[in-house]
Design a protein around this ligand. Sequence first.
Ligand SMILES: [Ca+2]
Ligand SMILES: [Ca+2]
Length: 197
Amino acid sequence: MKRIFARAIVIFTLILVIVAVTILVFIEEGPMASEAPYYEVVASAVWVVDGDTIDVKVVELTTELDPKGEISEGTIERIRFGGGVDAPEMNWSSGNPEPGAVGATELIENLLPTWTMVYLDIDNLAGSPERPYRDVYGRLIAVIYVKLDGQWVNVNAELLRWGQETYPDHDWLKYTYFTSEFDANEWFEENYPYVRG
Ligand SMILES: [Ca+2]
Ligand SMILES: [Ca+2]
């Protein structure tokens, strides 16, 4: 009787271990994890300029890009968030930021501490044939992805969602009239994978 009891405990323990391991594996690889998004440039975050602009150091081009875009490894680039999104202005010179500007900047700083690896989907429709991918200030237009605890996150979408929720008076989609590869409306679709819950 004692031996049967001991054997039952062993089997029960084994089952517990198997269940625990299964749960752990599921948490690691489970529904939280998402497939890598498409991107063309891997870079390292250097500096957050404001809620919709960051500086990065280009690490690697993962695909061939138009040489007229002049994106090359090892250079510092200023990235303007694509998809028509806009964060309020910091107004550095007057020291009088618009409502939501400081919060937006802090949101991006928290998502992208210096040297965070970022993955850029460059806006292939931005700029001109002579000077593709860039706006009139020479900034690259892109969607910025970052991997947070195994979850791929679209930083542009995070900014937009946070902004519309927290500062609804600001026009967070001010620049959708620009020709763009990206449609920010897709980032609000129910099954859109690259946003946090
Ligand atoms: Ca802005
Ligand atoms: Ca692209």
